[in-house]
Design a protein around this ligand. Sequence first.
Ligand code: ATP
Ligand code: MG
Ligand code: FE
Length: 347
Amino acid sequence: PLVLGIETSCDETGVGIVRGHTLLADAVASSVDTHARFGGVVPEIASRAHLEAMVPTIERALKEAGVAAFDLDGVAVTAGPGLAGALLVGVSAAKAYAYALGKPLYGVNHLASHICVDQLEHGALPEPTMALLVSGGHSSLLLAPDITADVRPLGSTIDDAAGEAFDKVARVLNLGFPGGPVIDRYAKQGDPDAIAFPRGLTGPRDAAYDFSFSGLKTAVARWIEAKRNAGEEVPVADVAASFQEAVTDVLTRKAVRACRDEGVDHLMIGGGVAANSRLRAMAEERCAAAGITLRVPRPKLCTDNGAMVAALGAEMVARNRTTSAWDLPADSSLPVTEPHVPDPSGH
Ligand code: ATP
Ligand code: MG
Ligand code: FE
C-alpha cells in the first residue's frame, strides 16, 4: 500500500511516503536551531514551526516520491505520545488531507513507529520482535508479537530516558542542544575507560529489564564539578566517552539478556539514541557473540521522521486494521501498548 505519514510530536515536521516496505520520500523540516538558544524544545515555538512547515513539507514529500496524492491508500499520523500542541498540528493536517482526498486515516503511535521504520531498511519485522527503544523521552525493552496490535513492555526507565541523559550531560559540559550527536562526536576522541561511571540497576537484585540513568547523570555532574572546583581542566572527550560507554553498556547488556530469556534470535534498536555510533558498534559485537541478528535502521531513520509513521500506517493498511475516526484526538500520553487509535465505533 502507498501511504503518507505525518510526524509532529516534537520539533521535527516529518512527512514520509512509503509503498509497503519501500521508502519513496522522507522530508523533514526541523525547528531545532530555534530551540537550541533555549537549551531545550519550547512547545509553543515547536507548534508554530509545524504550522508553517506542514504544507510545504507535504508538498516536498509528494514531489520527491513522484506520486499523486489521489493515488494514496491511506494517510497516517502520529496521534501520540508527544507535545500536545505539536501533535495537534499534524493530526489536523492529516484529517484535512485524508478527508479531502477521501482516503482512510490512521492515527498511530510514535513509539511503535520508531520500531516499524526498520521494515524500510531490513524488510518485514520478525514476529515477535524484540525491540530496544531509546529516545529523548523513552527507554524501554519491548516484545511485539504484532507491531500493529500487540506491543508488550518488558521493562522501562524508572527515571530519565537515555536521550535525556545525553542532553543533560551535554548541558553540564556546555556542548549545547541536542546533546546526543555532539557527545557522540567528542567521545570518538576520548577514552571510554578513563572514568568508571556507575551502571544503574545492574545489581543481582535489580529488575532485569528496567533502566535508570538519573544516578549516572548526577555522577557525571559531580565528577565535573570536582574537577572545576580543583581548578583543573575538564577532559571533555574522556567524560563524553566514559559516560557514553556506561549508557551503551547497560542498554546492550539488558537487551541481549532479554533476547536470551525470551528465546528471540534478533534485536531491533530504534529511537533517536539508536543513531549513536558506540551503541551501534557495541550492539553489533554483543549480538554477534550471542548469536543474535541485529536490526538497526540508518541514523536518519532513527531520529524523528515521517517515513516511520508511513511505515506503520502501511502495515495497518496491509493488515486491514480499523481506521481512525474523523474526530481522532491527539493524545500526549498515548501508551506504547496502543500501536494505533482505532475508531471507537469500530468503523
Ligand atoms: P520520544 O521518541 O521518546 O518521543 P523524541 O521524539 O524527542 O522522544 P527522538 O527524536 O526519537 O526523541 O530522539 C531524540 C534524542 O536522541 C535526543 O535526546 C538526542 O540527544 C538523542 N540522539 C540523537 N542522536 C544521538 C546520538 N548520535 N547519540 C546519542 N543520542 C542521540
Ligand atoms: Mg528532535
Ligand atoms: Fe521520537
